[in-house]
Design a protein around this ligand. Structure first.
Ligand code: BG6
Length: 472
């Protein structure tokens, strides 16, 4: 059991998609692993006129539906549900916070404790500002001696640089930075954390990781699913805000960051921030050659989407990290929904040998490649040149690949890590203010000018639009 003291976890948006698919299954898994505090209580807040019993039924149904293949017994699920309560109310109705406070107090009195409090904002980002205020004003987020309050916020944090800055200055007036956990669940993925291990624990990879050896970097996040039932959230947000400003720029930061001197929260977050602050801005002059945006056919057939929607479901972006290490190495980013193949990966293309035995016109070598696949399966593949087996002397490429094994302790749902770290108070895998601002500073000018670019279309289930920057 986790020794962090009695803790109450409040999920604002307790019946939403994120809660059903990710948070409730993750909390159950943590419980089954014995990784929740010994004394804990989960409270779901949502509009439904439910009591504890109905919410328990909802939690069980969500687990059956979305936590496929779990191996917990019915008894374990029941035990887990015995730690859950429900408060009926809306997060934009101030009186809900009084009811939340009563539920929190009731638990504390019953258990004879004063518990820590973790507030998870599983709600659309447009409500953050009001919730930050109301949590403070109502007193539910107050800390008492040696008892913490942590606030977890989903991405996108803000809608552009200005709104992110406004949210942050509001937060700074209400809470300390060590109370704010800005989530990017990609950072919490095992395979993403492995980028640091591959890069910095292997001399073989450390040596050639810079402009002298690397030709280009390609970061890809293609999904087969379309917008589905999330159109209300997605419309007006689009792919660049949804996954570009956060997940993909964070992957880029992990690929390009300097090795931190120490394995500390500050050193790792600073190293990521330095990369994001060095991204070369896309300007009006470079926009055409740096960005592609597209929407899949049929996106607008959803009732919730206006006929003239220009929301992109796909983008490509070419950028550079303006640091001496990465001078003029292009970084390509691609993301999209409703595509043929679902894959998240990072490919490092190395330069071909420029001198020596094989720098000849008769015996061609090809630049090496390292591909780190994050999903569907965690894999590292290295492509090398070798002699082609015949009487002559030609080269051909061979690929060595390794699929990272799934151990018993494998964390399938990165929200387990998000929740665990926020309970123990480790902010390494959460983004800090400067990181979020740097990412928005890079993305906002693109969002402000790219309506001048054509919005291409592509067929669902295809490889994306015909127009592409990715000629590699
Ligand atoms: C979320 C985006 O942050 O990440 C979704 O809002 C996207 O649009 C999802 O589908 C992908 O996450 P994962 O963990 O399934 O790769």
């Amino acid at each position: 059991m986790l020794d962090s003291g009695a803790t109450q976890i409040l999920i604002l948006g307790g019946t939403g998609d994120l809660s059903r698919r990710k948070l409730l299954p993750a909390l159950l898994d943590l419980y089954a692993r014995g990784m929740l505090p010994e004394v804990f209580h989960i409270i779901g807040l949502a509009r439904s006129k439910w009591g504890r019993h109905e919410y328990s039924t909802f939690v069980k149904e969500s687990i059956d539906k979305y936590h496929l293949g779990h191996t917990h017994t019915a008894q374990q699920v029941n035990d887990f549900c015995s730690h859950i309560s429900f408060v009926s109310g809306s997060f934009d109705d101030f009186s809900s916070y009084d009811r939340l406070q009563s539920s929190l107090d009731e638990f504390d009195v019953k258990r004879g404790v004063r518990s820590n409090r973790l507030f998870y904002l599983a709600v659309p980002p447009k409500h953050y500002s009001q919730i930050f205020n109301d949590l403070k004003k109502s007193g539910v987020a107050d800390e008492s001696e040696k008892k913490w309050t942590h606030i977890l916020v989903e991405k996108p944090f803000g809608n552009n640089l200005q709104t992110a800055q406004e949210l942050d200055s509001q937060l700074a007036k209400l809470y300390r930075e060590d109370q704010i956990f800005r989530i990017d669940h990609y950072l919490a993925k095992e395979a993403v954390q492995n980028i640091l291990s591959f890069r910095f624990a292997n001399t073989l990879l450390k040596a050639p990781w810079d402009k002298d050896s690397v030709q280009s970097v390609y970061i890809k996040m293609t999904e087969t699913i379309d917008v589905g039932g999330r159109s209300g959230f997605y419309e007006g947000v689009g792919a660049l805000r949804d996954v570009g400003q956060n997940h993909l720029l964070q992957l880029l930061a992990l690929v390009a960051m300097k090795e931190p001197d120490t394995f500390t929260v500050e050193a790792i977050r600073d190293a990521r921030t330095e990369v994001l602050e060095s991204l070369r801005p896309v300007t009006k002059e470079t926009l055409n050659d740096s960005v592609i945006r597209a929407q899949y056919d049929g996106y607008k057939s959803d009732e919730a989407i206006p006929n003239d929607s220009e929301t992109e479901t796909y983008f490509e972006l070419k950028t550079f990290v303006d640091s001496p290490t990465w001078k003029d190495v292009p970084f390509f980013i691609q993301a999209g929904k409703a595509l043929e193949v679902g894959e998240v990966s990072i490919t490092i293309n190395f330069k071909d040998v420029a001198t020596g035995l094989f720098e000849t016109k008769t015996c061609f070598s090809i630049g090496n490649q390292i591909k780190l696949t994050i999903s569907p399966e965690q894999e590292i593949a290295i492509t090398l040149n070798a002699k082609s087996p015949d009487l002559g002397y030609q080269l051909e490429t061979r690929t060595l690949s390794y699929k990272c094994k799934e151990g018993e302790n494998k964390i399938k749902n990165s929200y387990e890590k998000v929740l665990y770290d926020s309970i123990v108070g480790d902010q390494t895998l959460f983004t800090k203010t400067e990181e979020v601002h740097a990412a928005w500073k890079f993305i906002t000018p693109i969002l402000e000018t790219w309506n001048k670019l054509p919005l291409h279309t592509y067929k669902k289930g295809s490889a994306g639009p015909v127009e592409t920057l990715l000629k590699m």
